[in-house]
Design a protein around this ligand. Sequence first.
Ligand code: UD1
Length: 426
Amino acid sequence: MEKIVINGGNRLHGTVKISGAKNAAVAIIPAVVLSDGICRLENIPDIQDVNLIARILEQMGARVTKPEKDVLEIDPRGIREPVATYDLVRHMRASSYLLGALLGKFSRAEVALPGGCDFGVRPVDQHLKGFGILGAKHSVEGGMIKVKADKLVGGHVYLDVVSVGATVNIMLAAAKAEGRTTIENAAKEPHIVDLANFLNSMGADVRGAGTDVIKVNGVKRLGGTTYSIIPDQIEAGTYMAAVASAGGDVMITNVIPKHLESITAKLREMGVIIEEYDEAVRVIRNNRLRRCNVKTMPHPGFPTDMQPQIAAILTMADGTSIVNEAVWDNRFRYVEELCRMGAEISVDGKLAVIEGIDQLKGAPVKATDLRAGAAMIVAALGASGTTEIEDIRHIERGYENVVEKFKGIGADIKRVYTNDPVIQTA
Ligand code: UD1
């Protein structure tokens, strides 16, 4: 079993470079399916989720090479059958993007129901509603979602909830459909804009991404391209939270400060000093953090994927804070782990009330999902004593070289292998 072991209390200092955005990469890699040529993708993070989605394309017949550490070249022309089985897709949520991409390319697709982080019911009704408006029928058989259209024709889709996944999937299905598709109440996350820019670089006609109305004028053919994906907003936010937790002075590079605004605003409210540069932010924390309230919202609101990390630092702020999780139903499973470190948190439905204490104390904890795992690291860096984090495979799904990067800014952190027998109780 692998664990991350952190001795807390070191102030962080130096420079850390952020990798390409996971959530952009896992949308753009499936989008390559739509192309009739080779796509070179740059600034690709070396993380499990990305390697998995690339492997899924490879097993479906694409040729995938990695000419450089952060570059993938994908030739999708060998994909003949638009089918992704459970064996291939069960570990990742974003495999549902294959539905839109394969449907857009072949007018039909079969993809197993997706896995990924477990924080409540994760429906795909809005994805299917969008496909339906474009003329595709769907069914669920043997754990596979099947979608099929005689011909995809653009239409007017009004999303009932702001969904990143549905917005991505409808953009993918619409890129080569006949006529115009309009997506209203669309998600506005930076990776939606990145996907639109990528599709346009292949020859698509997508307008309005980044606003809540996206218009996709279908084109007949999409070709090869070279594209560099955006830096990871959430990875950057996690390092910002880590400095807030441990204290110190760190320059975080390869970021787009505009994407970090909601995180920057909250950290400033807590007393953290943040200086913004063209492609970097400098984060300085010297004094005790102040309490604040946080409500997660779709972009440009505070991202739900930063909720566990911000809660981790609020446990050591001066006063009582309220965290309102307004995107997911069940995203407080990590709270139990923070309480093992001495945090005082009570949860009532979508609200967590956090009574700040002076300092957390190291303890054995688990990464219950990707961002919960990141929150354990953030908490451990500011805690006294030693924290051992189990189930780190979740963390490695989304953070490139996490141990090495934290070590580089002065953290006492290591990955260890143990032969502990796993004792299971009912
Ligand atoms: C994406 C992110 C995830 C992030 C989330 C919200 C990726 C790979 N994952 O997930 O990290 O936490 O956005 O920012 O980019 N919903 C429905 N019906 C649907 C689809 C969604 O009711 O058909 C609801 C969900 O239950 C949830 C909300 O809409 O309450 C937002 O979900 P969505 O934006 O779709 O999240 P994902 O795309 O799965």
